[in-house]
Design a protein around this ligand. Structure first.
Ligand code: SF4
Length: 329
C-alpha cells in the first residue's frame, strides 16, 4: 500500500524547481507528480531521466538522472522491479539489455531518435563486408540490433577513450558523422569510416549563430555538444557531452554561459546553478518531448509500453555495451 504524498513533500519538490517552473504551471503538475510518487511505491519502480527531459520530470520524479553513459551505468544496478525510462527508445533498450530481469517501460513509443533510425543492422553488415577486419565503434544512440553487430559502444562522454582503447589504426564509427569527426580531430592517426546519421536537433546549430551570440555577449564562454557540425565546434570554449557541460558550469560558475545543445538541458543545469545565466539558442528534441508527467502516470498505471528484445540480439548487444563499460575515462 503506497504512502500518500504529503503537501510538505510537494512543497519541498517545488522549492527545487521554482526558478524554472511558474507557480501556475506547478498547480497543474503537482497532482500528477503526487500520483507518480505513489505509483512508484505501488509498482516498486525506479524512474530514470535523461538530461534532455523537462525539469518537472528531471527534478521532481526521477530517481536517477544523467546522460546516456550515466543512465547505462546506473540501469545495471537498479534493484526495483520496474524501470521507467524518461528518455527515448534506445535508452530504454539499453536498460533492458543491461538489466534483463526488470520490466522496462517507455511511456511513449513515439520517443525515437533520428540518429538511431539512420542505420540498420544490414547497413552495419555491409560496412563490415566492405572493410574486413575493421572494428565497429557504435554510438549508444542506436537500436539494439545495430549494437549487436558492433564490436564496442561509446557515448559522447567516452568516445575518444573507447576508440583509443582498441589500439588500431582504422575503425568504422557509426552513426553520428560529427561526433566521429570530433573524435578524429583528437586522434588524427586513426582512419575512420563514418556514417551520415546526424542528430536532427544538433545539426540545426550554425557557426554564424554562435558568432552572433559571441558578438552580443563578449567574453561569454560557449559550451558545445560534439553532435554539432564542425563550424559550431570551432567556436567552442569547451566541447563535451551533456554531463561534461554540466560539470563545466558547476566547476567554473561563470556569470553567463551559452549552452549549444538541446535546450531543455539548460533549464536543468540552471536549477543546479542558480547564479549562472544560461543563454541558449533553443532547439528542442521532439522525441524527448514525447515524455510527459501524464504519459508517465499512464505508463505506471497500465504498465505500458514494455520493451522486449530478442535474446540472441540482447546478448550480442550487451557484449558491445559491456566492453564500453570497462573503458576508463
Ligand atoms: S537529441 Fe538528437 S540524438 Fe538525442 S534523442 Fe533527440 S534526435 Fe536523438
Amino acid at each position: 500500500m503506497a504512502t500518500p504524498t504529503t503537501a510538505t513533500q510537494l512543497d519541498a519538490i517545488f522549492d527545487r524547481v521554482k526558478r524554472v517552473i511558474p507557480p501556475l504551471e506547478w498547480e497543474i503538475q503537482k497532482p500528477l507528480v503526487a500520483r507518480i510518487l505513489e505509483l512508484k511505491q505501488e509498482r516498486n519502480a525506479a524512474i530514470l531521466a535523461h538530461t534532455y527531459q523537462v525539469p518537472e520530470i528531471y527534478h521532481t520524479i526521477a530517481d536517477i538522472q544523467g546522460d546516456s553513459l550515466q543512465l547505462a551505468r546506473e540501469a545495471m544496478d537498479v534493484s526495483a522491479d520496474v524501470i521507467v525510462m524518461c528518455g527515448v527508445r534506445f535508452m530504454a533498450e539499453t536498460a533492458k539489455i543491461l538489466n534483463p530481469s526488470k520490466t522496462v517501460l517507455l511511456p511513449d513509443l513515439r520517443a525515437g531518435c533520428s540518429m538511431a533510425n539512420s542505420i540498420t543492422a544490414d547497413d552495419v553488415r555491409r560496412l563490415k563486408a566492405e572493410n574486413p577486419g575493421v572494428p565497429v565503434v557504435t554510438y549508444v544512440n542506436t537500436n539494439a540490433d545495430v549494437k549487436a553487430e558492433s564490436d564496442i559502444c561509446c557515448t559522447s562522454s567516452n568516445a575518444r577513450q573507447v576508440v583509443e582503447s582498441l589500439g588500431v589504426d582504422k575503425i568504422i564509427f557509426i552513426p553520428d558523422p560529427y561526433l566521429g569527426k570530433w573524435v578524429q580531430s583528437q586522434l588524427p592517426h586513426i582512419q575512420m569510416v563514418l556514417w551520415n546519421g546526424p542528430c536532427e536537433v544538433h545539426i540545426r546549430f550554425t557557426g554564424e549563430q554562435v558568432r552572433e551570440l559571441k558578438q552580443k555577449y563578449p567574453g561569454m564562454p560557449v559550451l558545445v555538444h560534439p553532435e554539432c557540425p564542425e563550424d559550431v565546434i570551432a567556436e567552442a570554449d569547451y566541447t563535451g557531452s551533456t554531463s561534461g557541460m554540466s560539470r563545466w558550469v558547476g566547476d567554473h560558475k561563470p556569470a553567463r554561459v551559452a549552452l549549444i545543445t538541446e535546450c531543455t538541458m539548460a533549464d536543468n543545469v540552471s536549477v543546479l546553478n542558480p547564479g549562472v545565466e544560461m543563454i541558449r539558442p533553443c532547439n528542442l528534441c521532439p522525441h524527448m518531448q514525447r515524455i510527459s508527467l501524464r504519459s508517465v502516470v499512464n505508463s505506471l498505471e497500465r504498465m505500458e509500453h514494455t520493451i522486449e528484445i530478442e535474446e540472441n540480439i540482447r546478448v550480442r548487444a550487451k557484449q558491445s555495451l559491456d566492453r564500453m563499460l570497462t573503458v576508463r575515462i
